[in-house]
Design a binder for this molecule. Structure first.
Ligand code: 13P
Ligand code: G3H
Ligand code: ZN
Length: 311
């Protein structure tokens, strides 16, 4: 199969009340781990490449590897630029074979976000590439945001409706309380997502696919391995899986996972290196790490997202 867009994946996910995992990859080994995991449970999957990963992996290599993956695995695979901010990079991704791009102009005001997003939509749609954009503040716990109304820093449903209509985007990343990274909540703070806002947006934009960023769950068994072998991510907690499942049953069609991949992959590498000090061939460390990624991806898909057996 060749690489596909997310159009059909999202339409089916919306109808079927599940979501598609978008997993951030930083190298080809991790990409293979993600694909092994998704293929093992027969799930469509999105390979997400941030601008940092695009530069690190090098654009042509990313596309070649993703194309090879799509041909080698019997599941739908989309190649997605995550958090695109640089217009040059976004347009290049469209040109060289990415099937989906995200424009993240959420740091700008509403009108400027619309203007920039529209420019990307025009460029991408002309070449059959789909576009995700972001509205609202997907905060970090350090961000001190003044909450002065019911919606606070979260995505306002009125804005969401106007934004989608005026930009022509294919999916929208919304802020309902998730945050990027290993620390999503202040110590002692109870994890909470604003399902009332999600439902309001869903009602106002029926059938329209929504996206959750900052949605890692930080599996504690994997975090323990990471910390036991010299890592220092004490007391990290993620989004509870039951909340992600609930979001998947609603209009959320894409769930982004980056932190879990990193904790899993590098935790396993740390362990392998500690347990095998006599080894110096990379494969003896990397193969178990790749398998750990595959296992985590398969588990997340089957236990939380529900996209298993939907390929
Ligand atoms: P996490 O840091 O929660 O994995 O979020 C990843 C993400 O949103 C990538 O766009
Ligand atoms: O949200 C983004 C991903 O986790 C990737 O992060 O920009 O450090 O590659 P990155
Ligand atoms: Zn993100």
């Amino acid at each position: 199969m060749s690489l596909v867009t997310t159009k059909e994946m999202f339409a089916k996910a919306y109808e079927g009340h599940y979501s598609i995992g978008a997993f951030n990859v930083d190298d080809i080994d991790i990409m293979q781990g993600v694909l092994d995991g998704a293929a093992s449970v027969n799930a469509p999957v999105i390979i997400a490449v941030s601008e940092g990963a695009y530069k690190f992996m090098r654009p042509d290599f990313v596309v070649a590897a993703a194309r090879a993956a799509a041909e080698n695995y019997d599941i739908p695979v989309a190649l997605h630029l995550d958090h695109g901010k640089d217009m040059g990079i976004i347009k290049n991704c469209v040109d060289i074979g990415f099937t989906s791009v995200m424009i993240d102009a959420s740091a700008y005001d509403f009108e400027e976000n619309i203007r920039i997003t529209k420019e990307v939509v025009e460029y991408a749609h002309a070449k059959g590439v789909v576009v995700e954009s972001e509205l609202g503040a997907i905060a970090g716990i350090e961000d001190d945001i003044v909450v002065d109304d019911k919606y606070g820093q979260f995505t306002h449903p009125d804005d969401a409706v106007e934004f989608v209509k005026r930009t022509g985007i294919d999916s929208l990343a919304i802020a309902i309380g998730t945050a990027h990274g290993a620390y999503k909540f202040k110590p002692g703070q109870k994890p909470q997502l604003r399902f009332d806002i999600l439902e309001e947006i869903q009602e106002r934009l029926p059938g329209f696919p929504l996206v959750l960023h900052g949605a890692s769950s930080v599996p504690q068994d994997r975090l323990e391995i990471f910390n036991q072998y010299g890592g220092q991510l004490p007391a990290a907690i993620g989004i509870p899986t039951d909340m992600l499942r609930e979001a998947s049953e609603k209009a959320v069609c894409k769930i982004n996972v980056g932190t879990d991949i990193r904790v899993c992959y590098f935790g396993e590498i740390r362990r392998q290196m500690a347990l095998k000090p006599e080894k110096f061939d990379g494969r003896s460390f990397l193969e178990p790490a790749r398998n750990a990624v595959a296992e985590m991806v398969a588990k997340r898909i089957t236990e939380v997202f529900g996209s298993n057996d939907k390929a």
